[in-house]
Design a protein around this ligand. Structure first.
Ligand code: GLO
Ligand code: MG
Length: 346
């Protein structure tokens, strides 16, 4: 077992969400960014994740120098609170230019827009003091198979990644795969796809990944195995822990809410690989249930962190010796029960 260490935690401003869904309006009033930052601190978190336009609202309507100025002001605010910026992610799924895809749009002008906006996100990341650009490729896929040339789209993706790697020699790209939603099928649905495409870029060492539990579950995979796989390549640079009840819309439930044992196994995988020891953060990409009252608004974040820490204790107090004996005896029946009783506190 690697040396015990203290994990560092983070979330994004969008994780204090207002409850809107495709069938109904918000159910909680919007809160200012400063309020969210203050809550993060109060809850004992260490860093915040940023979409480019969380850092600089309406950035498409602003000049480069205005963007730089506002980013520097944000950096000052973060430094003042002692909060780090974990990453920056270009939000490439809201703008009219990304209706038909961002890097993989059929329209060359729109592909250019996506690349330009990503380079700007890298500049923002630099000022905020993080070398991680997260790429959730929300609209890189198809609704109608015949509408896109998937082979050409791989080239478009590689071309876009190469432009980013050239723009800044220190930036690292963390691809956040998700198999579907909003797309019918995404081009990079799993960690295997993300790490394979990394090999086609001009600097594979700087192209890694971010695992989100719910996204792995949506792909029919075990998030713990995805963690072990990515960490075998030393390429797990960020993490969105949450939970998901089967194959349906992306639920972003609190960590462990649906499957405590799967959550335990994710924590075990992180522990055995020493996640966090190279500065990586544990982020919770979770949302409050729509029914959540304003006064309970932050519980999903606090609870996810509490569950995580309790599972760290469970992982560290798991009787590995006994487990190894059962494995050697191929007594997986008792191993199964041992895990269940350990989690039940017996
Ligand atoms: C949605 C994604 C989303 C990203 C975030 C950062 O399914 O999980 O929340 O993590 O936009 O890029
Ligand atoms: Mg996510």
């Amino acid at each position: 077992m690697p040396e015990k260490h203290r994990y560092k935690f983070c979330f994004g401003p969008w994780n204090i969400s207002e409850g809107q869904d495709p069938y109904g309006p918000p159910v909680r009033p919007p809160r200012a960014f400063e309020w969210k930052l203050a809550q993060l601190k109060k809850l004992g978190f260490d860093a915040m994740m940023f979409h480019d336009d969380d850092a600089v609202p309406d950035l498409d309507s602003k000049s480069e120098s205005q963007i730089r100025k506002e980013t520097k002001e944000l950096r000052k605010k973060l430094d003042g609170e002692g909060i780090a910026a974990e990453m920056v992610a270009p939000r490439l799924w809201f703008a009219p230019q990304t209706v038909d895809g961002a890097y993989t749009s059929n329209d060359a002008k729109h592909r250019q827009y996506a690349i330009k906006r990503s380079l700007r996100s890298i500049d923002i990341a630099n000022i905020l003091g993080t070398d991680i650009l997260v790429l959730w490729l929300a609209r890189e896929g198809s609704y109608i198979r015949e509408s896109k040339n998937a082979r050409r789209c791989v080239d478009y993706l590689v071309n876009a990644f190469d432009k980013m790697l050239t723009h800044d020699k220190n930036i690292r790209l963390a691809i956040e795969p998700k198999p579907n939603e909003p797309m019918d099928h995404a081009y990079l649905p799993t960690i295997g796809h993300a790490l394979a495409v990394a090999q086609l870029t001009r600097d594979p060492k700087r192209v890694g990944c971010l695992i989100e539990s719910a996204h792995a579950i949506l792909a029919g995979l075990d998030p713990a195995d995805e963690i072990d796989f990515a960490m075998a390549f030393y390429k797990l640079w960020s993490l969105h822990l949450n939970d998901q009840n089967g194959l349906k819309f992306d639920q972003d439930k609190p960590f462990g809410s649906n499957n405590l044992r799967a959550a335990f196994n994710q924590v075990r995988a992180l522990e055995r690989n020493g996640y966090g020891q190279r500065g990586e953060y544990v982020c919770f990409d979770v949302h409050p249930f729509r029914t959540t009252k304003v006064e309970h608004w932050l519980a999903h974040l606090d609870n996810s962190r509490r569950t995580f820490l309790k599972l760290v204790e469970k992982a560290r107090s798991f009787n590995e010796m006994k487990a190894q004996q059962l494995i050697a005896d191929r007594n997986y029946q008792d191993l199964d029960q041992m895990v269940i009783e350990h989690l039940m506190g017996k």
